[in-house]
Design a protein around this ligand. Structure first.
Ligand code: IPM
Ligand code: MG
Length: 356
């Protein structure tokens, strides 16, 4: 098969981790007879430096013309004092909106080989956990109207949180569909005891649930969910939630696994198109030192093969290679524990290529 991939290396550790993922994709292409065409796209701080804005229209167009986007990470202290519209993060929000990527899948999995990195007690870990956070990604508080004004000499800031039923329905449908491919349970997280947007969320999710009698649905308030994630993460299969709650809970869930450097993510629209990126950030403190863990990005590339290209066999191959490398004891600094072999970012790439 022939596929066009837009590649956004971004800032910080972005370029080094994406390079390792590209090596893996090239190896897969060679092994299975595919052709991947890559186009570099600027976004984030590097785009601000080169063009003055975090995402140009041309960059967005290039992404739209491709079959999928592979993204490293954006942001860094260099651009922290920029006005809101000229921050690297704005590029990320704009590309999500521009590509209509309303469904964000963030798996939080405890890797058996990495139990030592999990901060939870052994009796809580049990035989591990594997959940999928489904975050609504193009609505709610992050895309509502906002302004800062002065009223009677007092500064006042306003952010608006809006959802319409269609935005809720389409992410709910995706959530239930994904639950069917997993363990048939959806936990819908909201703040329906306070917020109107959450009451609508709950109502629409329950309507959608009627079409999925085989999937168990439970409602959970977001504060309780934050607690349950550390008290008993095993109870979760799919967590379905709105934009801000999903932002916060997915960071918590990834930390609970102890290996954020291992967690991939996919952002999807209604078609096969998707944007794939690690769940972690640009880690400016270790950028350019060849120390970062490339596994989350390589697993993101594997999700791209699976979800956008229907290349399940190829994706399985990549996932297996990573498992083998972990079993052999290769570890980057973030997941290092006694008795294992510390490797660099590119050495981790070498080790994974070896297994393919
Ligand atoms: C994330 C990030 C972004 C978000 C920021 C960088 C805008 O935290 O992908 O979770 O809040 O969506
Ligand atoms: Mg976040």
């Amino acid at each position: 098969m022939e596929k066009k991939i837009a590649v956004i290396k971004g800032d910080g550790i972005g370029p080094e981790i994406v390079d390792q993922a590209l090596r893996v994709l090239n190896k897969i292409a060679e092994k299975y007879g595919h052709t991947f065409h890559y186009t570099d796209v600027l976004m984030g701080g590097v785009s601000i430096d080169a063009t003055g804005v975090p995402l140009t229209n041309e960059a967005l167009e290039t992404a739209k013309q491709s079959d999928a986007v592979l993204l490293g990470a954006v942001g860094g202290p260099k651009w922290d004092n920029q006005p809101a519209n000229l921050r690297p993060e704005k590029g990320l929000l704009a590309i999500r909106k521009g590509l209509n990527l309303f469904a964000n899948l963030r798996p939080a999995v405890l890797y058996e080989e990495l139990n030592a990195a999990c901060p939870l007690r052994e009796d809580i870990i049990g035989d591990g956990f594997d959940m999928m956070i489904m975050r609504e990604l193009t609505g709610g508080l992050y895309f509502g109207e906002r302004k800062t004004i002065e009223e009677n000499g007092v500064q006042k800031a306003i952010d608006t949180l809006t959802y319409d039923e269609n935005e809720i329905r389409r992410i709910a449908i995706k959530g239930f569909d994904i639950a069917r491919k997993r363990r048939n349970k959806v936990t819908s997280v909201d703040k329906a005891n306070v917020l109107d947007s959450s009451r609508l969320w709950r109502k629409v999710v329950h309507e959608v649930a009627k079409d999925y009698p085989d999937v168990e649905l439970e409602d959970m308030l977001v504060d309780n969910c934050a607690m349950q994630l550390v008290r008993d993460p095993k109870q979760f299969d799919v967590i379905l939630t709105e934009n801000m709650f999903g932002d916060i809970l997915s960071d918590e869930a990834s930390m609970v696994t102890g290996s954020i450097g291992m967690l991939a993510s996919a952002s999807l629209n209604e078609t096969k198109f998707g944007m794939y990126e690690p769940s972690h950030g640009s880690a400016p403190d270790i950028a350019g030192q060849n120390k970062a863990n490339p596994i989350a990005t390589i697993l993101s590339a594997s999700m791209m093969l699976r979800y956008s290209f229907d290349m399940d066999k190829e994706a399985d191959d990549v996932d297996q290679a990573i498992k083998k490398v972990l079993q052999k004891g290769y570890r980057t600094g973030d997941i290092m524990s006694e008795g294992n072999t510390l490797v660099t970012c590119s050495e981790m790439g070498d080790a994974i290529l070896q297994e393919l």
